[in-house]
Design a protein around this ligand. Structure first.
Ligand code: ZN
Length: 277
């Protein structure tokens, strides 16, 4: 059977970092052969490459380029560092255009040497600064709230409510929210905030993986759907009830799975996707 006819995979997207040992060309070929239809590209996967040609190659494999990961990291106590961050985000918009994707995921950042509220203000200002370029480029900026364990250095936006507040405050069709189950599964306000996100037209992306119990690393020990404690199907149904019709993006950083033969890992991803998400 031609796996492209397998409707179950029509909304499956995989992040390049999930199969990090593969070069992007290898990932594209293997994803396409397995019937995967979407790819989210991490910027490190583009290093040393002609971005336009890489985008063309992905499209030749019939892959939809769901998003570019990632922009953000706006806050810094030092003004010069904040300016550099804004420059880097402008470059990310250029890269998204060259690649041929219409979305950038934002990991907003935090500077532990200042109060979280100050970092949040700088995030707002940073996004506002790049919004005109994003709008002209036709690129949407998806604010991804990160689990509070990352509030020290990775993001001062830690709940979906905060991401919704920020997106609504910026009030632009070029800004929305990316929901990653790993970051929000614990949140007692999740159902309410997913509804709010969808109702305001801000639900741009949905990332899936699972939370291993016990987890051995706060960053690099994500696991396959069904191997942890996140109610993925339940969250997906909330997201879909809120009107989301985009891709289900498998985003797993796992030093364990990166040691695997990646072709075997890809088979496991597809099985886990069909059975547990
Ligand atoms: Zn994510």
């Amino acid at each position: 059977m031609n796996s492209k006819e397998d409707k179950d995979l029509s909304r499956l997207c995989i992040h390049t970092i999930t199969t990090k040992p593969w070069q992007i060309e290898e990932a594209a070929k293997n994803f396409a052969e397995a019937g995967v239809e979407g790819i989210t590209v991490w910027r490190d996967a583009l290093e040393g490459r002609n971005i336009k040609l890489t985008g063309k190659l992905l499209r030749e494999h019939d892959l939809t380029i769901v998003s570019l990961c990632r922009g953000g990291f706006f806050p810094a106590k030092d003004l010069n560092k904040r300016k550099l961050a804004i420059d880097d985000n402008r470059r990310a918009i250029d890269e998204a255009v060259e690649l041929g994707t219409s979305m950038i995921v934002l990991v907003c950042g935090a500077d532990p040497s200042q109060p979280l509220e100050e970092s949040r203000k700088q995030i707002r200002d940073g996004i506002a600064a790049i919004l005109p370029e994003a709008a002209v480029a036709g690129v949407k900026l998806a604010i991804e709230p990160l689990h509070p364990m990352y509030a020290d250095t990775r993001s001062a936006i830690n709940t979906l409510a905060q991401a919704n507040d920020l997106a609504e405050g910026l009030n632009s069709p070029s800004v929305g929210v990316a929901i990653d189950v790993y970051h929000v599964w614990w949140d007692p306000s999740l159902e309410k905030e997913i509804k709010r996100c969808g109702a305001n037209g801000n639900l741009l992306a949905f990332h899936i993986c699972d939370w291993k119990v016990p987890t051995s690393d706060l960053l690099l020990d994500r696991t396959l759907m069904g191997e942890g404690c996140i109610p993925i199907k339940q969250i997906r149904s909330l997201v879909e009830a809120a009107g989301f019709t985009g891709f289900n993006e498998v985003e797993i950083f796992s030093t364990e799975y990166w040691k695997y033969d990646q072709a075997e890992f890809l088979k496991k991803i597809i099985t886990a996707y069909k059975e547990h998400s």
